[in-house]
Design a protein around this ligand. Structure first.
Ligand code: ACO
Length: 327
């Protein structure tokens, strides 16, 4: 019998505070009309000082554990995809491990930007295939608002905060992950980067005045790479699962831009109801966007047992990934 991993529970958490496009109109030279038509975003959630990445990740995890009926003490591994950890050391995963009291779990972060959740889920899949009795938390969590330059209208309208989590266990039936595809291309790393706050440059006045503590993005170039990579990994993932486009019940793609999602819908010849969209409510939450969407789709009843689901992501690095699963 084929050993498969499956998602046994999902959870998500976003900060209470909502920042609308109208709010942004009073902060920078922009308009609700520009943001909505160019990105599809209408509002986003922003964490106040004191609420950190690990807080959001822990909340999302507790909801996922509760749905799965799994106690934190049963967890073998916690994997967090993130580009905005609370601090360089320890990892967000270790802080979540402490908050949950998951005393039997190993814990580490995955640095794969917006693909962080799918990279984490793919790693979880391999650990479960080795031992299907394992229970693993795969998380995507970000506080991008603190790496956003609020004077830069080309980026600050896009990024936001939130977390999503999935409990991954062995599957007892036909449900579960069918294929995983991971890709990267570091040759164009500087199209989307946070240059400072690593060890390459001293954190001094010069770095801060250049704004290297913030996200820099060449939006048009990233857009072109994103649509190409996402379409390609969608085909690759479905081919590996033995699916044609018609077999797909729901596409959950990284929520970066409504125009990217519309492009994918056209290229994959999918009806509107098969493409999940919540970018209007949450903006781009990087690694958190897919698990938040997955949790919403799950809790709203949009995902039904036996559905064929495709998850695809693209982000800085570049990294891109695809996962197919039978729900
Ligand atoms: N409000 C009003 N005008 C604006 C704003 C704004 N917020 N931002 C830019 N503009 C202006 C620009 O200055 C420009 O004006 P100009 O023509 O006078 O020079 C004009 O609008 C058009 O700007 P573009 O950058 O060409 O706009 P574009 O249509 O490319 O949209 C966007 C920009 C939304 C960023 C788009 O390029 C995009 O979505 N890129 C991909 C993002 C993505 O997929 N990221 C990957 C994942 S994210 C991650 O890894 C963390």
């Amino acid at each position: 019998m084929t050993i498969r991993s499956k998602i046994a529970g999902t959870g998500s958490c976003v900060p209470e505070q909502v920042l609308t496009n109208k709010d942004l109109e009073s902060m920078i030279d922009t308009s609700d009309e520009w943001i909505t038509t160019r990105t599809g975003i209408r509002q986003r959630h922003i964490a106040p000082q004191g609420q950190n990445n690990s807080d959001l990740a822990a909340e999302a995890s507790m909801a996922a554990l509760s749905m799965a009926g799994v106690d934190a003490s049963e967890l073998d591994l916690i994997i967090v995809g993130t580009l905005t950890p609370d601090m360089p050391m320890p990892s967000v995963a270790c802080l979540v491990q402490r908050r949950l009291g998951a005393t039997n779990a190993g814990a580490f972060d995955v640095a794969a930007t917006c693909s962080g959740f799918l990279y984490s889920l793919s790693i979880a899949d391999k650990f479960i295939k080795e031992d299907p009795s394992r229970k693993i938390l795969a998380i995507g969590s970000e506080v991008l608002s603190r790496r956003t330059n609020w004077d830069d209208r080309t980026t600050c309208v896009l990024f936001a905060d939130g977390a999503g989590a999935a409990v991954v266990t062995g599957s007892q039936d036909e449900s579960g992950i069918l294929s995983t595809c991971l890709h990267a291309d570091g040759s164009v790393w500087d199209l989307l980067t946070i240059r400072g706050l690593g060890t390459a440059y001293p954190v001094d006045q010069e770095l801060l005045s250049k704004g290297w503590q913030y996200i820099e993005m060449k939006g048009k170039d990233v857009f072109k790479h994103a649509v190409k990579a996402l379409e390609s990994v969608a085909h690759e993932s479905m081919a590996k699962a033995g699916w044609s486009n018609d077999d797909l019940d729901l596409l959950i793609a990284h929520q970066a831009n409504i125009r990217i999602l519309d492009f994918l819908r056209e290229r994959l010849n999918l009806p509107k109801e098969k493409v999940f969209i919540n970018i209007d409510k949450y903006g781009n939450t990087s690694a958190a966007s897919i698990p938040i969407a997955l949790d919403e789709a799950n809790r709203s009843g949009k995902l039904k047992k036996g559905d064929n689901v495709l998850l695809i992501s693209f982000g800085g690095g570049f990294t891109w990934a695809g996962v197919t699963m039978r729900w």
